[in-house]
Design a protein around this ligand. Structure first.
Ligand code: BTN
Length: 265
């Protein structure tokens, strides 16, 4: 049975052993976007580690102005307020570091290889299991806050996905055949994200770059990407310690990407 049930924030709180992430939590049965609400709360001074979680989003936001659609009560949709002290540009590297943490948790829970796809996806094979959207506000070149939005497909069945993404999306359910307790996934993910964040603050992305490249599903593959008006191609060499994706084009010098959309050719 895969009957949708509400996430119970109290049950999540009781199981959480973090010291920061999720210690304050806002749960909403429905919201426009958890990233939008978290940003509003951050502007009002809400503390680092505060989590906003919803069972349904009317206008879930994806990267590059896309929508993030998710059926009610089946998946995880949440945003974490962060107040990093580094340069705003670090949010690419922070997203990459978090994707390694989330892929570890999902790999352990599913007993399958779960990898990452630059810059913001967690994938099973070529199918997307989780997407992240980092949005930041900065002043005088300093980051005021970052909202790290995370969407994890947990119990969505194949028919729950919009037909346009049915062939490219996966959920824990479609991968394992079993529904998972979303509260348990959330507890495990928040705990892994917290450890990852503390390490990132101390050591930077340099501490994660080898693990990231080991988990990078597109390494060695030829990808296409758009630069200005032109579409270019090249082979993926890996990620640098600043988070940039290194591409070797058929001719000429190495190209560095900092967030452009890429697709495997
Ligand atoms: C992407 O892959 O394009 C990023 C998707 C991010 C979706 C999550 S769901 C929770 C949070 N709130 C949003 O509006 N978006 C993020």
């Amino acid at each position: 049975m895969n009957e949708p049930v509400r996430l119970l924030p109290q049950a999540v709180r009781e199981r959480l052993s973090t010291i920061c992430f999720g210690q304050r939590m806002y749960y909403l049965p429905e919201v426009d976007s958890t990233n939008r609400l978290a940003s509003e709360l951050a502007k009002q001074g809400e503390s680092e580690g505060t989590v906003v979680i919803a069972d349904y989003q009317r206008r879930g936001r994806g990267r590059l102005d896309r929508k993030w659609e998710s059926p009610p009560m089946k998946n995880l949709l949440f945003s974490v307020i962060l107040r990093p002290t580094g340069a705003p540009a670090d949010i690419l590297a922070l997203t990459l570091a978090f994707s390694t943490a989330i892929s570890d948790v999902l790999s352990d829970m599913l007993g399958q290889e779960i990898l990452v796809k630059w810059p913001n996806d967690v994938v099973a094979g070529s199918r997307k299991l989780c997407g992240m959207l980092a949005e930041s506000a900065s002043r005088s070149g300093k980051s005021m806050f970052v909202i790290m939005g995370v969407g994890i497909n947990v119990n969505a069945a194949s028919e729950d996905f919009n037909p346009s993404i049915r062939d490219t999306a996966a959920s824990c359910l479609t991968l394992s055949g079993e529904a998972l307790d979303r509260g348990e996934v959330l507890v495990n993910v928040l705990s892994a994200m917290e450890s990852c964040y503390f390490r990132f603050r101390e050591e930077g992305f340099g501490a994660f770059v080898d693990v990231y490249n080991d988990k990078l599903s597109i390494i060695g593959k030829t990808v296409s990407f758009t630069r200005g008006e032109t579409v270019a191609k090249g082979k993926v060499l890996g990620v640098r310690p600043d988070g940039a994706l290194m591409i070797s084009p058929p001719k000429g010098k190495m190209i560095l990407l900092y967030g452009e959309e890429i697709s495997v050719v």
